[in-house]
Design a protein around this ligand. Structure first.
Ligand SMILES: Nc1ncnc2c1ncn2[C@@H]1O[C@H](COP(=O)(O)OP(=O)(O)OP(=O)(O)O)[C@@H](O)[C@H]1O
Length: 355
């Protein structure tokens, strides 16, 4: 049975429009104008217990809004959701004890106090038994390697150290569902890897269910097998990561080192884009289906000392997927035939599909 279920979850924000200039401001005092922002539109998905799912989308796609609804911070405009069998926005005690939301952009710890004091407050609020608290805290402090830092004021910690403390605070009550909104934002690679490792180990030990948003594809590669993609407020893909890569990765980078000077540029261009041609070194972007023919041709004509074929980075693949996901009209829903061009307004009522 799913542990998280979103059913046509929709959130429309109503935003007051400010007029320009003093006259506009005065007019706005008695007659306000509003604009509707369709942040999330009819989002449906299910997540099974113990899954770690990446929730990806470009800026403003609706990720945070969805996580806020699933954690009960905001009410949906329409639609429904069930998390751990609860309707999140009712904020029942049993629900709050079993869920955690970590927002990389927001501090939940007391800024002027050591993290240890915030942890103790957490213990009180959640009524965590002393033994369990000590055990879990010890385990997390060890996983994240922050032993000496919990007695230092949070404001004196580095961004990475602070994030580790935030994660400890979020996991102290041993939630069954963990919603992570960009937990590694702004962190250097070392801190990112530490957070990833902690999440992986913690998941292996406790089988927590995780829904994670991140703009760092390293997080996704390290943690998630399944990827949900949202664009313009609508789910546009829900697939294993490998399937997304296979669908959007149709080019490879071919690197060659020739025994002598590289072949002429026009010859190389017959096989693909020339990314680099310096002395004996060449780098080509080649369509996946043409890699074998390219290598056969070049190896046949020239003496090649070294060859390498690599996939583009996941960032490039995901960026391509975002670009190619675009609105579709209601006519598409019924005929599934004619595809409409992208709409200029990101948040109109059209549905979205992948090319
Ligand atoms: N409180 C709010 N009031 C009005 N509009 C909002 C509010 N919060 C978000 N929005 C709008 O809703 C849309 C979705 O925002 P959301 O923060 O959910 O996107 P996101 O996918 O998390 O983006 P990012 O990756 O940039 O964090 C955006 O157009 C945003 O401007």
């Amino acid at each position: 049975m799913p542990i998280i279920e979103a059913r046509r979850l929709t959130k429309t924000y109503r935003v007051a429009q400010k007029r320009e200039g003093l006259r506009g401001a005065l007019r706005g005092l008695w007659r306000r104008e509003y604009r509707e922002v369709h942040a999330v539109e009819e989002v449906s998905f299910t997540i099974e217990p113990g899954e770690m799912v990446a929730f990806l989308g470009p800026n403003g796609a609706g990720k945070t809004t969805t996580l806020k609804m699933l954690s009960g911070l905001i009410h949906p405009t329409s639609g429904d959701a069930s998390v751990l069998g609860y309707r999140p926005w009712l904020r029942e005690d049993g629900f709050r004890r079993r869920i955690s939301l970590v927002m990389g952009q927001k501090n939940q710890l007391w800024w002027d106090l050591p993290a240890a004091d915030s942890f103790a407050l957490h213990r009180e609020i959640y009524g965590i038994p002393h033994n369990q608290y000590r055990r879990t805290l010890g385990e997390l402090v060890e996983l994240l390697g922050v032993g000496g830092l919990t007695r230092q004021a949070v404001r004196e910690l580095s961004l990475g150290e602070r994030m580790k403390m935030e994660l400890i605070a979020a996991l102290l009550h041993q939630p069954d569902v963990l919603l992570l909104d960009e937990p590694t934002i702004g962190l250097d690679v070392v801190a990112q890897v530490a957070i990833q490792q902690c999440l992986r180990d913690y998941h292996a030990r406790r089988k927590v269910t995780v829904l994670l948003t991140s703009h760092y594809m390293r997080d996704v590669e390290a943690l998630c097998r399944r990827v949900l993609v949202i664009n313009h407020g609508r789910i546009v893909a829900d697939d294993p990561l490998e399937r997304i890569v296979a669908r959007f990765d149709n080019e490879k980078t071919v690197r060659l080192r020739f025994a002598e000077t590289a072949p002429p540029r026009d010859h190389l261009e017959r096989h693909g884009d020339v990314l680099k041609r310096e002395g004996p070194e060449v780098e080509l972007k080649v369509e996946r289906d043409r890699v074998a023919a390219t290598l056969a041709d070049l190896l046949d004509r020239y003496v090649v000392l070294d060859v390498g074929v690599t996939d583009p980075p996941l960032e490039a693949i995901i960026a391509r997927m975002f670009r190619e996901s675009r609105p579709r009209t209601h006519a598409d829903d019924t005929t599934n035939a004619v595809q409409s061009p992208p709409s200029s307004g990101a948040r109109d009522h059209a549905a979205v599909q992948l090319a």
